[in-house]
Design a protein around this ligand. Structure first.
Ligand code: ADP
Ligand code: MG
Length: 262
């Protein structure tokens, strides 16, 4: 069999151009056979890993690409990168470190959760992104709840974005509790973002007891972080979202109706 055929059989055809470039270099520098082989196999491993990461990022269904490297920590007075270190390594999964990120719109909650999940994928794990509304809707109407739960129970890391933006229907707490409880027993972390203080989750979910049980499990091995400050979306703009003259019901002429964009 030729080298090309052998590489094809091993699904290593993409290493072929690398080998072609490497041979003259190895000859010129007098590498040993094992040095040469090591370089070729390292390239094959690197290519596989890159491919796995790209596939997993596509499967995670992130709404946008965000990494910890592109997060501007100077925008936040209270948030330091070190505070997130605990969520960026393999301990996120091995110690089931769930996270609840609370804060007003545009403070980077979704960005940070995507960035943490992105790092988890780079660390070899599987992650999945969803919004609370999508998760609750999907599971509430699923004819086969067990099957529908699978995509949210299998990944090691689950992001549940935007807890509290909508008034959820009856049964929402029940559905969410199922996800949280299963994942808690499997020791798999959930990253939540919310615009509501934890004390209001009961009202949001229309069930105080279940909301408490959800928070209790999420915070057992997890953490709660509150972001404050103004919206990054409106950086450098004149809007002040805390300014009471900005009313959403009666927009000030000349202003966009909903400067939150959420
Ligand atoms: P939230 O979920 O809190 O409403 P997002 O995470 O969706 O806010 O952030 C809104 C937009 O601003 C996104 O495009 C995000 O990438 C960007 N963004 C927010 N905060 C930062 C930051 N500190 N550094 C860089 N980009 C940011
Ligand atoms: Mg968000």
């Amino acid at each position: 069999m030729t080298l090309d055929t052998l590489l094809k059989h091993l699904s290593l055809s993409t290493v072929r151009p690398f080998i072609a470039d490497l041979i003259p270099m190895a000859e010129k520098e007098g590498w040993t056979y094992s040095q040469f082989l090591e370089r070729v196999l390292s390239e094959a491993v690197a290519q596989r890993s890159e491919k796995r990461i790209a596939t997993q990022i596509a499967r995670a269904k992130f709404p946008f690409t965000a990494t910890i490297e592109t997060f501007d920590f100077t925008f936040h007075r209270d948030l330091k990168r070190q505070m997130l270190g605990r969520f960026l390594g393999p301990e996120l999964v091995s110690e089931a470190r769930s996270l609840i990120l609370e804060g007003p719109p545009g403070t980077g909650k979704t960005h940070l959760c995507i960035a943490i999940a992105y790092k988890a994928i780079q660390n070899g794990f599987v992650a999945r992104f969803t919004t609370a509304a999508a998760l609750i809707n999907e599971l509430s109407i699923a004819p086969d709840r067990t099957a529908a739960l699978k995509p949210y129970l299998q990944p090691q890391v689950l992001v549940i974005d935007e807890m509290g933006y909508l008034g959820y229907g009856a049964g929402a707490a029940d559905v969410l509790f199922q996800v949280v409880d299963h994942r808690y027993h499997q020791r798999k972390p959930i990253l939540f973002t919310t615009n509501k203080p934890l004390s209001q989750w009961g009202r949001v979910l229309r069930d105080e007891e279940l909301a408490k049980a959800i928070l209790d499990r999420s915070l057992h091995y997890g953490e709660y972080l509150k972001l404050s400050g103004s919206s990054y979306r409106l950086k450098g703009r004149k809007f002040d979202l805390d300014d009471s003259s900005l009313s959403y019901d009666q927009p000030t002429p000349g202003h966009t109706k909903n400067p939150l964009g959420d």
